[in-house]
Design a protein around this ligand. Sequence first.
Ligand SMILES: NC(=O)c1ccc[n+]([C@@H]2O[C@H](COP(=O)([O-])OP(=O)(O)OC[C@H]3O[C@@H](n4cnc5c(N)ncnc54)[C@H](OP(=O)(O)O)[C@@H]3O)[C@@H](O)[C@H]2O)c1
Length: 266
Amino acid sequence: MQELKIGFIGGGNMAEALIAGLKRGGHAGDKICVSEPQQQRRDVLASQYGVQCVAQNADTAAGADVLVLAVKPQQMQAALGGLSARLKADATVVSIAAGVTTASLHGWLGEQTHIVRVMPNTPALLGAGMSVLFSQADEVHKQRTEYVLNACGECLRVEAEKQMHAVTAVSGSGPAYFFLLAEVMQATGMKLGLDEAMAAKLAAQTALGAGKMLVESGRSAEALRHQVTSPGGTTQAALDVMYEMGMPAAVRQGVVAASKRSEELS
Ligand SMILES: NC(=O)c1ccc[n+]([C@@H]2O[C@H](COP(=O)([O-])OP(=O)(O)OC[C@H]3O[C@@H](n4cnc5c(N)ncnc54)[C@H](OP(=O)(O)O)[C@@H]3O)[C@@H](O)[C@H]2O)c1
């Protein structure tokens, strides 16, 4: 996999996260090419990661074994103009744009193109992302995509494209749900007498610790919740109020709303 030539169309936040991850994993900078309209951005990426940076998307597409489409959804169609003729026949085209369907990508690039659609999330910027891929292309294209996405976190697959709506609702938008919880915990800690820095630190480190327990303990969220809730104790008092005020229902309906919005947008 380290021999693959990897191209990025768009050199923004997500492209940088993936490039940083690939470099950490030992992928050579001269095997990575980025096309990006802003000269300043090209200079930053070239000097920081030693990757090749160009202005024309066609130049990136021409040499790529894997071409990552890392522009905003509304920029996608324009960014792909004229690229299909430049792609290698066996190139893997990976779109990380939210809501852009495989059918649209095939429409813009041709039915023969090997498309993999991915939904990443923001923690990818720190190497802790959760990405999910969908593809009807051959296994080799899925494995190449996993190689790129694993560089900045974990990557799973779904078998049906319509499942991408649920993925978007849970892991795509999910970081914001945890940020809201941390925000409210911090504000309430301050109301209860903590200073801002202390309240922010307590909320953030608690989120990190709870996340690590969820990922590393091998126990379910429900089991972990029971484990830290002594009958009649402080946690029980908090959870009783949260249930009574409808927190689980609010979260459930919020996640469903995100999924519906994802359907509408695509
Ligand atoms: N950030 C996230 O957490 C996240 C999570 C899930 C999915 N995604 C998806 O990842 C994609 C990239 O997001 P991002 O946050 O990295 O966006 P971003 O920072 O705006 O990066 C996009 C880059 O592409 C450049 N660009 C615009 N038009 C182009 C063209 N025609 N050809 C080549 N490059 C072009 C933009 O330049 P200008 O600034 O000059 O327009 C910008 O530098 C989006 O489709 C988004 O849906 C992002």
